[in-house]
Design a protein around this ligand. Structure first.
Ligand code: MG
Ligand code: ZN
Length: 220
């Protein structure tokens, strides 16, 4: 029996991710890796951001799902170029999948590339895709204890977005607890609070993303 260590797989992934990042940098495309639990509101937030950028910035999307193309269809409805990756059971995207998706996308200079990862707070943390920014979406109904339970992913991100703020009065979610845990795990990470439903906090988040320069490497 042959055993391949996870560290070797991750090393190969990191090399491919570096190639992806180089391709994106050459094209002047800023890429964001969106992570979060299933149902945290990743696609809905991307729709709200896409509407904000409509007429301002070109946006392309890569959707990662175990099966189906529901999210890609939502993005296509907004007129965005989109590639759906079906992982056939794999619970995260990897750099190889992104390399293949990039070949299918007609990327334009200055474009913003949104990559929606598979809904998962565990192994998505370990795979660099070649993105410039890593962002986790945590919705208030999920609870305020996620940073304590899944610290690795929160250590790896550039920003945390607390989503579905419109539901805050209905749930026991302490924003202060999340803020404190984020500072402890990852003091550099930015924190945003949004409601895609009400359009609150979307402009601030969009402008923060746009302000980032190419060539950054994730702080993992
Ligand atoms: Mg989705
Ligand atoms: Zn996985």
């Amino acid at each position: 029996m042959k055993i391949v260590a996870a560290s070797k797989i991750l090393k190969a992934n990191d090399a491919l991710a570096a190639e992806n990042r180089q391709i994106l940098n050459q094209k002047g495309v800023l890429a964001v890796n969106w992570m979060g639990s299933p149902g945290s509101g990743k696609t809905t937030l991307l729709e709200a951001l896409a509407r904000y950028w409509q007429g301002r910035r070109k946006v392309a999307v890569i959707e990662g799902d175990v099966a189906g193309s529901i999210d890609a269809e939502r993005m296509a409805t907004l007129g965005l170029p989109v590639v759906q990756i079906n992982t056939d059971g794999a619970c995260h995207l990897d750099a190889n999948m992104i390399a293949q998706a990039l070949e299918e996308l007609p990327l334009e200079t200055g474009e913003l590339l949104m990559v929606e990862n598979v809904g998962n707070l565990v192994c998505t943390a370990g795979f660099d895709l070649g993105e410039h920014l890593r962002i986790v979406i945590l919705s208030v109904p999920e609870g305020d204890d996620k940073l304590v339970k899944y610290p690795a992913i929160f250590r790896s991100i550039h920003a945390l977005v607390i989503a579905k703020m419109d539901l805050l009065p209905q749930v026991a979610f302490q924003r202060e607890r999340v803020q404190k845990d984020l500072t402890r795990l990852n003091a550099q990470a930015a924190l945003f609070c949004v409601s895609a439903l009400r359009g609150e906090g979307i402009a601030e988040l969009a402008q923060w993303i746009e302000a980032h320069q190419l060539g950054e490497t994730p702080n993992r």
